[in-house]
Every structure is written in C-alpha cells, then in structure tokens.
Design a protein around this ligand. Structure first.
Ligand code: 13P
Length: 250
C-alpha cells in the first residue's frame, strides 16, 4: 500500500510568532491521524523552531528548497547537511516557483535530487505543465520530460525516498483546479511512465500528490481518485482549520 500524504507548503509566509500560532493549532488538529502522513514546510528561518515544536508529534517538517552542493561559497544557500543537523530530513524540490523565479532547470534539479538522495533525505519532487502546454496538448510530453530529465538516472533503490507532486502551474494560487478527472488522467500517466522507466513495483509504491488550489471544498473528490495519493497544499495550508479539513478528506 502506498502512503497517503498531505503536505502544506507555506511558501514565503508566516513570521516566527505566526509560525508558533499555526503550529500550536496544528498540534491539536492533525497530530496522530491514522493512515495519512502530515508534512509542513515552513520557511528556512523557522525550520528549527518548527522541528522542535513538532518533535513529539507525528507531523513531519520539510524544507522548501536546498542547494545541490555539499558546502562552500554559495552565499545565501542552505545545504542538506545543515537541514539534517536540525532534524529536517524531507525537502521539496522543483517547485514551479523555484523553476520560474529562480532559474531552477531540470539539470539543476537533477543535481539537487541526487544530493538529497545521497544524504538520505526524502524528496518531494514537484513538476507540472504551464497553461500553454496544456492548451497545445503538450502536457503529457512536458511532464514526461521533467520526470525523465531529473529522475530517470536514479537507482531503483532511490525511489523509496521519493514522493512526487504533480502541480499544474495554471492551477497554483489561481483558484482554478485540475478537475478530478484531469488529475487522475495525469497521475495514471505519471505512474505508467515510471513503470516503463523503472518497474511496476516502483510505480505502484510511489506516492503521487496533486497540488494546485486544493481547498476543503474540492479535496475529497480529488483525493478519491485512484492514483491521487494526497496533496501538496499552498494557500489553504496557512489556516489550521482548512488544512485539517483537507487532511481529513483523505
Ligand atoms: P495553492 O494551493 O495555493 O494553489 O498552491 C499550491 C502549491 O504551489 C503547493 O506547493
């Protein structure tokens, strides 16, 4: 059985006090929930604090990014070892905002994934097409190439450390979601692509999350789809009540 996962990507939101408030609420709402792994990804400055706050809970803390190099002259960057030294062992890589605003290419992401895997971290790998790709019916090709370029040179053994997150760019922060049918169709395609490149067992085991305007009102029907194993939540993860409702929609 593959894992059901709901992850909150807080992006560049919440200062220290606000982080404390939200974590306090989440501890009362989404700790110890059966059959679903809950992950939150606060900003770097609040990661250690968040890890400490959630230490006794079942909620996992993830980083939103990391650098591919082990260490060195990379002003402003954060390494895998730094994350691990504060207890953070999960990292989101490849988010479309990193690709669009910070020049993260498939080649850079491949290096980041390799580093994270070598450092025994879990990677939430994000990918997804833009509206133009979908309009021109290139969304399957685009997604296949993002997966191939960043992930297909990995050893089979690496896949136990990978969670996939399909996030169509046109659905992020727009209020527009992929329909449950569109999500299922793409998730099934992703699984088939992985089965071809690796094997059926890996494809069956990997959790594939959907991200893009998931809200309490639409989570249940999206999560009900066979190949959707949970969600990567942006805006609705910033409010404890709506995040809890989404977690409970699994
Ligand atoms: P929204 O849920 O705000 O659309 O963001 C999705 C996302 O980018 C999660 O990583």
């Amino acid at each position: 059985m593959r894992k059901k996962i709901v992850a909150g990507n807080w992006k560049m939101n919440k200062n220290l006090a606000e982080t404390g408030n939200l974590l306090g609420e989440l501890k009362g709402r989404v700790d110890q929930i059966d059959n679903v792994e809950v992950i939150v990804a606060p900003t770097f400055t609040n990661l250690y604090y968040s890890f400490e706050q959630l230490r006794e809970t079942t909620i996992t803390v993830a980083a939103q990014n990391m650098h591919q190099a082990a260490n060195g002259a990379f002003t402003g960057e954060i390494s895998a070892d730094m994350l691990k030294s504060i207890g953070v062992e999960t990292v989101i890589l490849g988010h479309s905002e990193r690709r669009a605003h910070f020049g993260e290419t498939d080649a850079i992401l491949k290096e980041k994934v390799v580093t994270a895997i070598q450092k025994e971290m879990t990677v939430i790998f994000c990918f997804g097409e833009e509206l133009n790709d979908r309009k021109s019916d290139k969304h399957f090709d685009l997604v296949a190439s993002q997966l191939k370029n960043a992930l297909f040179d990995l050893d089979k053994s690496a896949w136990s450390q990978i969670i996939l997150a399909y996030e169509p760019v046109w659905a992020i922060g727009t209020g527009e979601t992929a329909s449950p049918k569109q999500a299922q169709e793409m998730h099934a395609f992703i699984r088939k692509t992985i089965a071809k490149a690796f094997d059926q067992q890996i494809a069956d085991q990997v959790s594939i999350l959907y991200g893009g305007s998931v809200k309490p009102a639409n989570a249940k029907e999206i999560f009900a789809k066979q190949d959707v194993d949970g969600g990567l939540i942006g805006g609705a993860a910033l409010d404890a009540e709506s995040f809890e409702a989404i977690v409970r929609a699994i």
